[in-house]
Design a protein around this ligand. Sequence first.
Ligand code: CP
Length: 310
Amino acid sequence: MIEQLSVQHLLGIKDLTKEDIELIFRTADNFKDVINRPIKKVPSLRDITIANIFFENSTRTKLSFELAEKRLSADVVNFSASGSSVSKGETLVDTVNNILAMKVDMVVMRHPEPGAAMFLARHIKPNVINAGDGTHEHPTQALLDAFSIREKLGRVEGQKVVIVGDILHSRVALSNILCLQKLGAEVMVCGPVTLIPKYMSSLGVKVEHDLKKALAWCDVANMLRIQLERQDIRYFPSLREYSMLYGLNKRLLDGIGKQLVIMHPGPINRGVEITSDIADSEHSIILNQVENGVAIRMAVLFLLAQMRGI
Ligand code: CP
């Protein structure tokens, strides 16, 4: 029997079951073997056309999806809001319907508004994959993060993971919390009071404002970027002060007296949330996360395409 996902779209981790996530991981294991072979391409999505539509900047996610699609032999069209007719007042649905008129089967979308991917999925037939919707969810990032923890430590269940930084504005934080909890990890968030939303404790995560205590508790530290572009007011006095209290550096880690796995979804602000000696150290799996992103996105695209009966 062919194993299938329980969803037709990937809008958020909240819609996935533990079995869905484990199926994505097993499929990604196979694709990771494929992308490490001399011939990295498989014909799985040969008759599928995928539109990557990005209304917000991206380096990793955009390149990773495009590479995943090309490794699966899909036809790919790319759309960026800058330089498009969006600036002339065209709506999201009109923009997407025009792209779909060109016979597109799947849409990967990044958008600054929370809920944009869900809105799109209600209005169009193709499978929608959320590549980040504002401060809401970034499901493939959470999947590749949990997959990277599994790869490094052997399992996710039972691991203690702290997510540090700008939790308030982070879609990565919410998707990571939901994904890690579904897989049986314990999650803590750490940061200034102003950057941790009050509803965090209701999600069943621990809240800590002292980075040293958080690091002493955890097995894995996922350091987030301060999202200045989403901050309408000042949430802390200065980046220098933030870095002194919540930046990860060698002195702090040496003082903990144990080895932690260090993660960061990127883009990194070196010297703010993490120093270069830690970001580039043997304990950092930041580039493994990027590598695993391609295999995870191949798995998601392949499994969603399977629901279309290809
Ligand atoms: N991690 C991540 O989403 O990075 P980009 O914004 O570069 O895609």
